[in-house]
Design a protein around this ligand. Structure first.
Ligand SMILES: Cc1cc2nc3c(=O)[nH]c(=O)nc-3n(C[C@H](O)[C@H](O)[C@H](O)COP(=O)(O)O)c2cc1C
Length: 321
């Protein structure tokens, strides 16, 4: 049975719902030696800042049980090199590009949006707000509804109206629904969640922190239940707002879990480091999972876990209800 896997990134249609997660596949070039990057829903690029950045000192990765800590620190070429070199390459491969941006001030985000408004071929912009605001004692934008909304409004105001804006939320907050609501009210067309959780590891041999940057972002399967919870809560509050779900997805079944919680697309991150073709495999497994449940449209299962009485698909509606 052919499953209709089409997904909607706000008003933009994607052939399927599997995306890369920002920072885990550069700008797609590294993945292209393993599979055709035009085959997945979209490539979400590493968050780009205005100026080139070297990132934080090494060691900047540490393994943890079912997860990984990283303190890469947004290393990257800066927006000019990205627009001259990386984006055209991605588009030349026929891939859809979701460009992730990050800044240290609201004005920096606005300037990035201005530069992007001249670029053609963007599928969407994902605004990574898990960055310290240098104008507010390093308080992370995503942890304060007002600051998160200020960034979203500034970017929305400069971006071309037809380019969807997704705000990427941090799980390190007391009430993710209020941050989500503030972003939507400020003009976000959709939400991406979750970014990494702040963590730390200490090397008991050296008796020192494992990462040179002391703290790092926790990702991988260990965080999937947190992602499911965040997506569930936000979808419950804003059922019409599209969500790109991410956090510990390793298999098609994991992707399905996020979709049942309310995600309409799924980004794949940490697993790419040991299985570079994971996005294509997960896409295939997701299709098999849906087909096995007698479900012929992905759209029918988005947020389905919220509706205990409804079962989609030919086989399930006949046999289970
Ligand atoms: C090495 C690494 C680098 C990352 N860089 C970024 C980034 O530049 N921008 C961003 O929004 N998220 C970044 N993330 C977070 C991922 O996009 C994703 O939200 C998170 O890792 C959860 O998904 P996962 O468990 O599948 O990796 C990074 C994650 C990792 C592991």
């Amino acid at each position: 049975m052919a499953v209709d896997l089409k997904a909607r990134l706000a008003h933009v249609e994607l052939p399927n719902p599997v995306l890369t997660a920002s920072g885990c596949a550069g700008s797609g070039r590294e993945l292209a030696q393993f599979f055709d990057v035009a085959k997945i829903g979209a490539v979400v690029t590493k968050s780009v800042m205005l100026a080139p950045r070297a990132g934080r000192p090494a060691p900047r990765m540490a393994e943890t049980p079912s997860g990984m800590l990283n303190s890469i620190g947004l290393q990257g070429p800066g927006i000019d090199a990205f627009l001259q070199r990386d984006l055209p390459w991605l588009l030349s491969r026929g891939a859809r590009a979701v460009v992730s941006i990050a800044g240290s001030t609201v004005d920096e985000y606005a300037e990035l949006a201005t530069r992007l408004s001249d670029a053609s071929g963007l599928t969407a912009v994902e605004v990574n707000i898990s960055c310290p605001n240098v104008e507010d004692r390093g308080q992370v934008f995503a942890c304060d509804a007002g600051a998160a909304a200020a960034v979203v409004a500034a970017v929305r105001g400069r971006l071309r109206y037809d380019v969807p804006l997704f705000a990427k939320l941090s799980p390190d907050v007391t009430d993710i629904v209020s941050i989500a609501g503030a972003c939507v009210a400020a003009g976000a067309d959709g939400l991406s969640m979750i970014n990494t959780l702040l963590g730390m590891a200490i090397d008991t041999r050296t008796m020192r922190p494992a990462l040179a940057g002391l703290t790092g972002g926790l990702s991988g399967p260990a965080i999937r239940p947190v992602a499911v919870r965040c997506i569930w809560q936000v979808h419950e509050a804003f059922p019409d707002v599209p969500i790109i779900g991410m956090g510990g997805v390793r298999t098609g079944r994991d992707a399905m879990e996020l979709i049942l919680a309310g995600a309409s697309m799924v980004s794949v991150g940490t697993v790419i480091f040991h299985d570079p073709s994971a996005c294509l495999r997960i896409l295939r497994e997701l299709e098999e999972e849906l087909a096995a449940g007698g479900i012929d449209r992905l759209a029918d299962v988005i947020g389905l876990a919220h509706e205990p009485g409804r079962m989609p698909g030919r086989r399930l509606s006949g046999s289970v209800l």
